[in-house]
Ligand binder design. Sequence first.
Ligand code: F6R
Length: 243
Amino acid sequence: MRIIKTNDVTEMSRKAANIISAQIILNPKSVLGLATGGSPIGTYKELIQRYKTGDLDFSTITSVNLDEYKGLSGDNNQSYRYFMNHNLFHHVNIHLENTFVPNGTIEDATKACSDFERKIEVVGGIDLQLLGLGHNGHIGFNEPSDSFSKETHCVELTQSTIDANTRFFEKSEDVPKQAYTMGIGTIMKARKILVIVSGEAKADILAQVIQGPITPHVPASILQLHHDVTIIADAAALSKVTL
Ligand code: F6R
């Protein structure tokens, strides 16, 4: 694991955007694995800025997203499709038909998940996967459990994840209870992985991810076994890690 320590979240976002920009420039046909949530917002803003200054071209980029709430359509403003459209896709020249988010409106979970897993294969696999880190160590919506998940699947969200996501909804009852998510196996197949983490609230879990045992009870700890992982974290998030 390559660990890059930054002073704050702004620097974290800029450095993450540097790595994604390099990926896009060096391979304009890259398949980017993208994440939603609070962590990547600053990174997406940086990428939009670089597109506007003419430094980045997304016209031949493909993207696949980690996850989506089951039951929400793309025009629901809490869906992850909506988030991606509004925080990145609508502001750059990526072709929307080359952007893939699991389809939350497909009721048949087996079909929704196998369609998505096949889509990742058809586009050639993920060149660079961007990840945020959940407070409980989840990546995508792979919650702590007794085993590592393999492919894209449907999950019941844990109460801690529902609580963490309540901030985006009017009330906690509105937070969907299920989601479609890439599996740990899907994520581990990405050629490169970039994790962004900020804030003191994630210091304990980040220390477990980096220095603790590899266990499905801390799903992101599996990243210790990936051959090309970069973690960019601010000083607060890294405060419990002895570098
Ligand atoms: C988002 C995702 C989640 C988040 C994680 C951190 O697509 O899959 O794993 O990355 O919950 O969320 P934030 O960044 O909001 O702290």
